[in-house]
Ligand binder design. Structure first.
Ligand code: PBG
Length: 327
């Protein structure tokens, strides 16, 4: 019996490195940041390792530290003070709101950064849903009008990309229309295939955006669907998305692969979401896995599936390691 020998390809670290087909670079990472109104110093988010609520000042310091690691892309989430939340989320598009001020300030201090802003209403509505409600159900068409205004507000502040995550039908179209009308050529990173996931828990603590009742299953994708996800991506590209996102990334690697194969010209980002990240953290805190090893493995899996960019809370840890390896 003749058989092929594979062990020589894995013999030692050097050989393994030489045979690696997938690589991570610091330029692959987009790092999420939370800026909160009404706090006087940065506050760690409970049970969300390494994630903080920032003031405008600590946000600037944080970006400076991350830039020194080589991370230059950031996804910004604004958290208004309680009195700025309302039924119709007016503060989400108020000129001079927390996101507007943050983008302005960051672009002033670090013109080289690429800023993505999350465009959603869940942190701005009193009920925590991603859209406007009429008798407890989402009014899609009223919501996309508002999302257009939110995106325009972020564009006016100088955001490079707006990232609509509300999963309203036609949201990319409405945003593109309004940006065009107002004369902004800001790009759109569409949360194209965003599934209704149980892995968003730590994020909702961080964004103070837990729905007061019900869930998001009427607007986010059902985990048992494939073709709806593909179709949502197709619609978003047709409506004017520049990049698309699959979310969550780790649990939906197949959708990243499909997106890459079906839409090879559109950059794909995978969002390694809060619960996926904390799942690895808790596993390692119990001594059941090595924190760095599981992080690398999962990020390689996301990259291997075809993601061009990875939105990840672990970006600084990984970037630090990449920096040490190359120095
Ligand atoms: C806003 C939004 C969510 C996430 C990003 N934008 C949560 C949600 O849909 O409830 C989740 C990100 C994460 O879990 O890290 N709609």
């Amino acid at each position: 019996m003749e058989y092929k020998r594979y062990h020589p390809y894995r013999l030692n670290e050097e050989v393994r490195n030489r045979n690696a087909e997938v690589h991570l670079h610091v330029s692959d990472f987009i790092y999420p940041l939370f800026v909160r109104e009404g706090i006087s110093q940065k506050v760690p988010v409970e049970d969300f390792c390494g994630v903080y609520h920032h003031t405008l000042e600590t946000l600037v310091e944080e970006v400076e530290r991350k830039l020194s690691l080589g991370i230059d892309k950031f996804l910004l989430f604004g958290i208004p003070s309680d009195e700025n939340k309302s039924e119709l989320a007016e503060y989400a598009y108020a000129e001079g709101n927390i996101v507007y001020r943050s983008v302005r300030r960051l672009k002033e201090v670090f013109p080289e950064v690429t800023l993505f802003t999350d465009v959603c209403l869940c942190s701005y509505t009193t009920h925590g849903h991603c859209g406007i409600l009429v008798e407890d159900s989402i009014n899609n068409d009223a919501t996309i009008e508002i999302l257009g205004k939110v995106a325009t507000c972020h564009a006016a502040a100088g955001a490079d990309f707006v990232a609509p995550s509300a999963m309203m039908d036609g949201q990319v179209w409405a945003i593109r229309q309004m940006l065009n009308r107002e004369g902004y050529n800001t790009k759109i990173l569409a949360y194209a295939a965003k599934y209704a996931s149980a892995f968003y828990g730590p994020f909702r603590t961080a964004a103070i955006s837990k729905p007061a009742f019900g869930d998001r299953k009427s607007y986010q994708l059902d985990c048992r669907t494939i073709s709806q996800g593909i179709s949502e991506i197709e619609s978003d590209i047709a409506e004017g998305a520049d990049w698309i996102m699959i979310k969550p990334a780790h649990t939906y690697l197949d959708m990243i692969l499909r997106a890459k194969q079906l839409f090879p010209k559109t950059p794909v980002a995978g969002y390694h979401v809060s619960g996926e990240y904390m799942m690895l953290n808790l596993l390692s805190s119990k001594g059941l896995a090595d924190w760095q090893s599981v992080l690398w493995e999962v990020h390689y899996a996301i990259k291997r599936s075809g993601a061009d960019y990875i939105i990840s809370y672990a970006a600084p840890l990984l970037a630090q390691k990449l920096q040490n390896n190359t120095n």
